[in-house]
Design a protein around this ligand. Sequence first.
Ligand code: KIV
Length: 304
Amino acid sequence: MSSHAPITPAGAGRKPVTLRTLAQMKKDGQRITMLTGYDATFARLLDAAGVDMILVGDSLGMVVKGEANTLNVSVEQMAYHTAAVARGVARAHVVGDMPFMSYQTSPEEALKNAARLLQSGASSVKLEGGRQLAPTVARLVEAGIPVMGHVGLMPQSVHAMGGFVVQGKDPESRQRVLDDAVALEAAGAYAVVLEGIPIDLATEITETLAIPTIGIGAGAGCDGQVLVLYDLLGLNPDFTPKFVKKYVDGAAVVGDAVRAYVDEVKRGVFPDDDHAFHAPRPKAAATATKESLTLVHGRVVGHH
Ligand code: KIV
């Protein structure tokens, strides 16, 4: 039975968040909020709650697909989830994450794959990398595709980095991250994610760049913040990194609800009469005697 209503955006008609909005927010010192989203139901909730940007992150490889890293996410999978998110959104700016090897091989390949994400409903794309990716960023921007950069801890480079480790801790690495961010801005990126870097470096980059910085594990000195939605919701009790704040114990909430459901079904408590359909009573039933009726909580639920 397919009885679900389609997910329609809440509060359609609200002014959408554009690149101009984001640039103005930086100028005005208004902090930008971004969360990841992977489906229409959550996108609608995030949008209604006022989040400025929804990143359809390739983190879905880990939190949706259950993989150990983000390296096995395809453009098709990103397009699928981007379209789902876009259907739930009225105001937030939707960013489609370019997955591993969808942009590193050539600017032409990057163009083709970025176009796919925009055609799926994203308003911009994000890619990981700094100076070496600047020509690709410039090519996308030239073609009218807004690009958000991503420097510091770059999950698609997990093997090169030797794990998910904080970057920019020594002077050389620090300079590299700063140069990467500056190169992205020069290439035309409209914003840059700063992931897993020391707070003072993130603050320095934020003060250096004219474009907004969005931090994750980079401290409060950034123009905005991003978290993986499932982390903020506390859905994985085993994932407790320093930079994540769990705003709800989602694992407990979901666990309690599902245990209650299992218990009620096993005991025959759910579905009760309030959650069942009733056919109109046939005429003959109207003459049924009281003895032939089955009553539950004083309601007629059948007759015999
Ligand atoms: O894929 C993702 O979710 C990300 C954020 C963590 C920035 O890139």
